[in-house]
Design a protein around this ligand. Structure first.
Ligand SMILES: Nc1nc2c(ncn2[C@@H]2O[C@H](COP(=O)(O)OP(=O)(O)OP(=O)(O)O)[C@@H](O)[C@H]2O)c(=O)[nH]1
Length: 579
């Protein structure tokens, strides 16, 4: 009864049905069967029959009480039905026939809509017999609704918004992650993009939109697209999980099982070209559930092993499963039909895709941090290594500098007495002469020679002689050192000293003190006491003399020679020297 004010009517409670296993009965025969009362109520009140050969016929008697609405739209709310034939028998015996379904071109439909639909004329206050024949190689379902044009437009408006939102989200995620993949080249993004594409394509086919928009003139492609898109979506879904959860490295056994699923779905996809529709779709549909359970298990396992990105991954999958459970519970009458429950799969999968995109970003960030940490650690290690090497090098350089310094010093010193050697003395003396000339201050040059030193060697031996030379050095340092004297061994048993700022009597007294110091105590060596004496020649260099090193030394040497001639153990001032 289409009462006044009624805008739409779900036909399921009003339908009876009869099976036609061979699918060859015609409308006249079925009208006759119905008249004989051979049509039965729907099993469980639902027009759902699973995979069935042949056809199912449905019957309803329609009576339009509404004065205004004579034109109604009959919609079969299931897009995958192969063939739908609608017969209307009017009171005058006239029978009208219309056909639709995805074995016919899309243009055969009454209005351009993703579900098969038919305009039905229902004259006022007359009884019309509705007979519908449904045949399909996919699951046989025939949920039918009658709409007034206004009710259909309003219902469809809401539906289009929901569908648009769903595919909009999918497309945005697809484009965004495709760009990310092109930029970052992380395979996870590629498999995610393909997963979204595969899933989107399946939904597009199942919604009937692929037939409407992609291949409206190819019923063959519309039928082939379902198993192909299923196979593709499952292959990339498993591949995405493998890549995201890093199964090859983290769970090798699960990785092999995953590869098994991929091989199965890939083969079934190929087989869809040759196998009958049902043979291809049924095994795949059955394999989807263990596949999903498997993914849940490996995700839980990954979390248990401390792989943090798997948490978001699992949450994403939980949303999809929850959405699917909502949808299924409406089908089984457990939950009421609301926006959330009816569009559970779409909502769940949209949330799943969004969360998976977050999961990918999280995983990528984690990989980047891990990389940065490794690089940082490596750099720190390198820096420590370089610092250690640098400190070793600088220590070695310091040691080398010290050794060089020692070497330089030893090259300046006489090994026996520790005084400067002759070569270094000449350099230093030259500087002193120069400074003295500039500052116009005097310098006293003393040349000393041990007396009869040959006898010392001959009597007590060379080692005793060496000890005497060392003693002589000490006497020089003790006596002239405090006066800033430049002291050197001149050669053999000869010594030289240059004392600055000393001249005249002071110079003679200083030399006398030195001479007396040398002969005051005998040198003690190996139980022997060796008496020593020295002769000293003095020359005083004055400012303005213009004296050179050799001149000064010659003069002092002459004085020394004179001291020797005077009988030794005495101090002699050079003749030309003016004290
Ligand atoms: N033990 C020792 N003797 C040295 C060294 N250098 C030179 N002599 C000795 O010093 C002696 C110098 O002797 P002479 O030049 O004859 O002079 P002298 O015996 O000191 O006599 P006068 O100088 O005339 O008093 C030589 O016997 C050299 O062998 C040395 O490094 N060690």
């Amino acid at each position: 009864m289409l009462d006044p004010g009624r805008e739409q009517l779900d036909l399921a409670p009003h339908l009876t049905h009869a099976a036609d296993p061979d699918g060859d009965a015609d409308a006249a025969a079925m009208f006759a069967r119905q008249a004989r009362g051979l049509f039965a109520p729907l099993p469980g009140g639902r027009p759902t029959f699973g995979f069935r050969d042949g056809a199912i016929w449905f019957h309803a008697e329609l009576f339009n009480h509404d004065r205004r609405e004579e034109r109604w739209l009959l919609v079969l709310d299931y897009p995958l039905v192969d063939q739908v034939d609608v017969y209307l028998r009017y009171p005058d015996g006239r029978i009208e026939h219309m056909a639709s379904g995805d074995t016919l071109p899309f243009s055969a439909r009454s209005i351009r809509y993703r579900h098969p639909n038919f305009w039905i004329a229902l004259p006022q206050r007359s009884e019309v017999d509705l007979l519908v024949r449904v045949a399909s190689r996919s699951s046989l379902q025939a949920p039918m609704t009658l709409y007034t044009p206004k009710a259909f437009a309003e219902m469809e408006r809401d539906m289009q918004l929901g569908i648009g939102l769903f595919y909009g989200i999918l497309l945005a995620l697809l484009a965004y992650n495709l760009v990310l993949w092109l930029t970052l080249r992380d395979p996870g993004y590629l498999w995610y993009t393909l997963h979204v594409s595969g899933f989107g394509l399946v939904m597009f086919c199942l919604n009937g939109l692929a037939f409407e928009y992609l291949w409206p003139d190819s019923p063959r492609l519309a039928n082939l697209a379902i198993p192909l898109s299923m196979a593709l979506s499952q292959v990339v879904m498993h591949q995405f999980c493998r890549a995201f959860l890093e199964l090859r490295e983290r769970q090798p056994l699960a990785d092999r099982i995953s590869l098994g699923f991929i091989a199965f779905f890939a083969l079934m996809g190929l087989a869809a070209f040759v196998l009958e529709y049902r043979m291809a779709v049924l095994p795949m549909t059955l394999a989807v559930f263990p596949g999903v359970l498997f993914i849940l298990t490996v995700a839980v396992n990954a979390i248990r092993h401390g792989y943090a990105p798997a948490k978001i991954f699992l949450t994403a999958w939980a949303f999809l499963l929850l959405g699917t459970a909502f949808y299924a519970s409406v089908s089984f009458g457990v939950l009421p039909k609301t926006f959330i429950t009816e569009y559970g799969i779409q909502l769940g999968s949209a949330l799943e895709m969004i969360l998976l995109s977050f999961a990918l970003a999280f995983r990528y960030a984690r990989l980047r941090f891990e990389n940065e940490r490794l690089v940082r650690e490596h750099n720190e290690q390198l820096e420590r290594h370089v610092a250690r090497r640098t400190s070793e090098l600088s220590t070695a350089l310091e040691q080398l500098a010290e050794a060089n310094q020692r070497l330089r010093e030893s090259s300046r010193r006489d090994a026996l007495t520790g005084l400067f050697n002759r070569r270094h003395f000449r350099e230093m003396f030259e500087h002193q002469l120069h400074d003295a000339a500039e500052t116009r201050r005097p310098l006293t040059v003393m040349l000393l020679d041990l007396d009869h030193f040959k006898d010392v060697n001959d009597t007590w031996g060379h080692l005793a002689g060496d000890e005497c030379l060392r003693w002589m050095g000490r006497c020089l340092e003790e006596t002239l050192g405090p006066h800033g004297g430049l002291l050197a061994r001149f050669g053999g048993e000869e010594f030289v000293a240059v004392v600055p700022d000393v001249d005249g009597e002071a110079a003679i007294q200083l030399a006398e003190r030195l001479r007396l110091r040398v002969c005051a105590d005998p040198v003690r060596y190996a139980g022997s006491q060796i008496p020593l004496s020295t002769s000293i020649g003095i020359h005083v260099v004055r400012a303005g003399d213009g004296a050179r090193v050799d001149d000064a030394l010659h003069r002092a040497d002459d004085a020394l020679y004179a001291a020797k001639n005077r009988g030794r153990n005495c101090v002699q001032v050079a003749f030309e020297t003016s004290l």
